[in-house]
Design a protein around this ligand. Structure first.
Ligand SMILES: Nc1ncnc2c1ncn2[C@@H]1O[C@H](COP(=O)(O)OP(=O)(O)OP(=O)(O)O)[C@@H](O)[C@H]1O
Length: 508
């Protein structure tokens, strides 16, 4: 079978670092091809090369069996290759239809809206990608935005769809929906390159699985030849400790002591597309992990902002270790020992243009200031210790943070935030973008934070992660607590219904 697209001997170096090292990859029609590998293995680099976004130093790309020169994404699109990036490329105030129309390769001077709309409807129906085409994109859920991105590519006549960690931001039911879209695309001969860190997803939907390691292709397997153990070993090496990638047994917590964080009837108003928070009563005790489940946009970000002091309370109060912290600024909250792993580190807690070292210093307050200068050796020593505790490799400190892979940026923020024995860890989707081993180390660390009598508020859409870690689970829906459960007293189905507002509030 002639592959729709093929990479032969692709190499790309950044200085001494070989991001891609003689990589081969074939994407056949009617195939979901998963691309996996640890953080920084070179997956995004390869996919950007296939999309003409990054130029390789050596190697060939063949499209439909013919050598192709992809100098820009426009060249790739003209040959039927499309890509959905981790950060969607949509224009929020414009409607779905306008976003799609703007991307059409043969965009005429005057767009026949009716004809475009008809085509969008046809594609949406064929592939299960229904969205309200007249809604402004900013009003859409993350899952619907992703559908728009896929529709854009299909209408632009892409036959190869590259999706860089598309499930990272999706709730479980949206992941299932995306896999159904994959099925219908496959049936019509499209090829999908699916980048992910979740082995379970790979085993659920891929026909072929290629594994990258240190920039090279470490193995490629048909689905029937692969299992979780084999994939993890190929990703991390023969002697990868499997238990690191697999949930370790949950430790029953001792009875939580005094509350570290308390929200009492906390409400806050919303503007624009934000979610208002309604009368939240949430407490997180010392030695306790409280999980917050919810589909994105249910108020998680607003809750994080409220706790951090980035958003004022409209009514109710907020307490930290028994002190009324309702009016505290973020600086004061952090000084008091609140660490945060934010939802979107690059937007909220890190600067891509600054070096890794400077980013590590951010948010550490005046801890490392000695007079008018920063004590860099002390800072570096503390951070190196934190990286070690997490078993994360320490990145080159002089690199601009923006040159790191997505997962490595997440590792930097996590290591920085965990470096100073926080009293409360506010962890918003903390393992998003982390490879299985890094995610397991982080979960282990959160458990040890609990074991040391500190507190964790864990916001996640990953029900397995929540089940593994949470001593209590709260479900957030439309800015209110829709249900509260003790460890082990909930099922995924029950929580799923509450998350989507399909069931009335429950308390166990
Ligand atoms: N523009 C750049 N400048 C310098 N180094 C870069 C650049 N782009 C990528 N790299 C490096 O290349 C390596 C591979 O990065 P890449 O983003 O391809 O990894 P990845 O497998 O997608 O990782 P992740 O799972 O963390 O997203 C990383 O070490 C990264 O720091």
């Amino acid at each position: 079978m002639t592959p729709l697209i093929e990479a032969r001997g692709i190499s790309k170096a950044y200085g001494a670092l070989k991001a891609n090292d003689h990589v081969d990859l074939r994407l056949n029609p009617g195939e979901v091809h998963a691309l996996i590998g640890e953080n920084g293995a070179g997956k995004s680099t390869l996919s950007k090369i296939l999309y003409g976004f990054v130029q390789p130093d050596a190697g060939d790309i063949l499209v439909g069996g013919k050598p192709a020169v992809l100098r820009t994404p426009r060249d790739a699109r003209a040959l039927g290759v499309g890509m959905v990036f981790q950060n969607f490329m949509l224009i929020p105030p414009m409607s779905v239809l306008e976003n799609i129309a703007l991307f059409l390769p043969d965009l005429p001077a005057v767009v026949d809206r009716r004809a475009v709309e008809q085509r969008v409807h046809d594609f949406a129906k064929r592939f299960g990608l229904g969205v309200d085409v007249h809604a402004p994109v900013r009003q859409l859920s993350v899952g619907d935005r992703q559908k728009v991105e896929i529709l854009k590519l299909l209408l632009a006549r892409a036959r190869v769809l590259i999706l860089d960690e598309p499930t990272k931001v999706l709730a479980p039911h949206e992941v299932a929906e995306l896999f159904r879209v994959f099925e219908s695309l496959k049936a019509e001969g499209y090829a999908i390159l699916f980048i992910t860190h979740k082995i379970r997803e790979v085993l659920a939907c891929a026909d072929r699985i290629s594994v990258m390691r240190h920039g090279a292709m470490a193995g490629s397997f048909a689905r029937g030849e692969a299992d979780a153990q084999k994939l993890v070993e190929t990703m991390f090496g023969e002697h990868a400790p499997m238990q690191a990638a697999v949930a370790s047994a949950a430790v029953a917590p001792s009875t939580p002591a005094s509350p570290v964080l308390e929200l009492r009837g906390a409400s806050c108003r919303a503007t624009g597309s934000e979610t208002a928070l309604a009368e939240l009563d949430i407490s997180v005790g010392a030695g306790e992990i409280v999980g917050i489940a919810g589909v994105s946009g249910s108020g998680q970000k607003e809750l994080g902002d409220l706790i951090l002091g980035l958003r004022p309370l409209a009514s109710g109060s907020k307490w930290l270790c028994g002190e009324d912290a309702s009016a505290w600024s973020i600086a004061r909250m952090r000084e008091a020992g609140v660490a945060v792993i934010p939802e979107d580190p690059l937007a909220m807690a890190a600067f891509p243009g600054m070096s890794v070292r400077e980013n590590l210093a951010l948010g550490t307050g005046r801890r490392y200031w000695r007079g008018a200068t920063v004590d860099w050796p002390a800072l570096e020593a503390a951070m190196a210790k934190s990286f070690r505790a997490l078993s994360f490799p320490m990145p080159a400190l002089d690199l601009p943070l923006g040159a790191l892979s997505g997962g490595n940026v997440q590792r930097v923020v996590v290591a920085r935030e965990m470096a100073h024995q926080p009293r409360l860890v506010l962890a918003l989707y903390p393992t998003r973008g982390l490879d299985v081993r890094s995610a397991a180390s982080l979960r282990e660390l959160l458990r040890s934070v609990r074991g040391e009598g500190r507190a964790v508020l864990l916001v996640s859409e990953d029900l397995d992660e929540l089940a593994e870690l949470s001593d209590r689970l709260l479900v957030l829906f439309a800015g209110a607590v829709a249900g509260e459960f003790r460890r082990g007293a909930w099922t995924a189905e029950e929580v799923g219904l509450l998350m989507t507002g399909s069931k009335e509030a429950a308390h166990a």
